[in-house]
Design a protein around this ligand. Structure first.
Ligand code: GN1
Ligand code: MG
Length: 365
């Protein structure tokens, strides 16, 4: 494998000789490596992109290039350091944004930003506030981005589309698991109408479509050693969607007192303190730009995305674990239950969440 990785990495226009290639990170979808180089040259991130999940890797890489070029220009104009505050995609020696290996696998490279930290868990409200600022800034940097973006995964956060997949998964019952999941399936069905009714506001334009990251869990944000946000990474799902998805998905990640796949459900719940901190950071950057419908649905978006995540983990379990990487046979079911506990905790505290959003908007608008 080492020799093959070396061969693949050498297709890209890297500075400096390769000294080592190691596995990196916790992604559920792609395989990620760090390529170390000699001397002053930067290190690099090498990724095998999951082509069964991203059917058009070239279009995805084109999205990422456009968006990171735009951010780099904005950072430079604001007097920042574009090499640290933006992702930089590295092309192959013949100028392509990806390399296809002999097995037909797609590979891509970006510059590794050194002296940074990627957290798997938010351990303080201060970190959550900074994370909120980071995504707020990311959305603000892209507010004037007008180039078309490809839809890299069809209907990614579109619950109407997810319900079509869900109904098919139940009908297929590929792994014969449906009979044992009556309770869990009930969690999804009892919320179908409420979730679709939220989504119809996106469909009719009441809630606008913007450029969004779509995968804002905490380990997709890079912090420097002083705890400041440098930039958002993992831009595979950057697309046009509602900015609420980025807020909701971040709350799902930052404000969970337990782990995404906690077996101990007593650890799982939504921390109002972390919710408040993230909301503060986010709205400090975005309060003036969001319309009233977005503000009115900000708290609900956390329920929406967490519900969607329950559905997606359960659907993958029903399908026989074909989408997410799993570490043990029941992993997707454990994830389903842990995310459902988080959803219930959000539902219980929803009134207070709405109140916090109102107070924070008043402060920053
Ligand atoms: C996946 O790629 P990664 O691990 O950052 C997934 C997200 C899920 C997340 C759950 C393309 O994110 O949508 O919310 O796992 N990405 C894709 O942790 O499906
Ligand atoms: Mg990731």
């Amino acid at each position: 494998m080492k020799a093959e990785l070396q061969e693949i990495a050498s297709q890209f226009a890297l500075e400096g000789a390769i000294t080592a290639i190691d596995s990196l990170g916790e992604g559920f979808i792609n395989d990620t490596f760090i390529v170390r180089t000699a001397g002053d040259a930067p290190d690099y991130i090498l990724q095998r992109k999951n082509k069964s999940i991203f059917p058009d890797v070239p279009a995805m890489m084109e999205n990422i290039r456009k968006v990171t070029d735009h951010i780099r220009r904005r950072v430079a104009a604001a007097g920042g350091d574009p090499r640290r505050e933006a992702m930089t995609v590295v092309a192959t020696r013949d100028g392509k944004l990806y390399h296809v290996d002999a097995q037909g696998e797609y590979w891509a490279v970006s510059v590794f930003i050194s002296d940074t930290i990627a957290y798997n868990k938010a351990d303080s409200p201060e970190l959550a506030r900074k994370g909120g600022e980071g995504i707020g800034k990311f959305q603000a940097q892209l507010a004037d981005f007008t180039e078309p973006l490809a839809e890299t995964i069809k209907g990614f956060h579109n619950i109407r589309h997810r319900f079509v997949q869900w109904d098919e998964a139940l009908r297929r019952d590929a792994a014969g698991r449906v009979k044992d999941l009556a309770e869990e399936i009930g969690w999804i069905e009892s919320r179908r109408d409420e979730m679709l009714s939220f989504w119809s506001k996106v469909e009719d334009g009441t809630i606008p479509t913007r450029v969004t990251h779509n995968d804002t869990k905490i380990n997709n944000i890079l912090f420097d050693k002083q705890g400041e946000v440098l930039c958002a990474i993992d831009l595979d799902t950057v697309m046009n969607s509602t900015s609420l998805n980025d807020f909701g998905d971040a709350i799902r990640s930052y404000a969970n007192t337990g782990d995404e796949d906690d077996r101990d459900l007593s650890r799982v719940g939504m921390s109002l303190e972390m919710f408040r901190a993230y909301t503060e950071g986010y709205l400090s950057q975005r309060a003036g730009q969001l319309n009233q419908a977005e503000i009115d649905h900000l708290a609900f978006s956390a329920r929406y995305i967490t519900f969607e995540q329950v559905l997606r983990f359960l659907m993958d379990y029903i399908d026989g674990d074909t989408y997410y990487k799993t570490k043990y046979p029941e992993h997707n079911l454990v994830r389903t239950r842990a995310q459902y506990k988080l959803l219930q905790s959000m539902e219980e505290q929803y009134g207070t969440m709405c109140e916090i959003v109102r107070e924070t908007v008043a402060k920053y608008k």
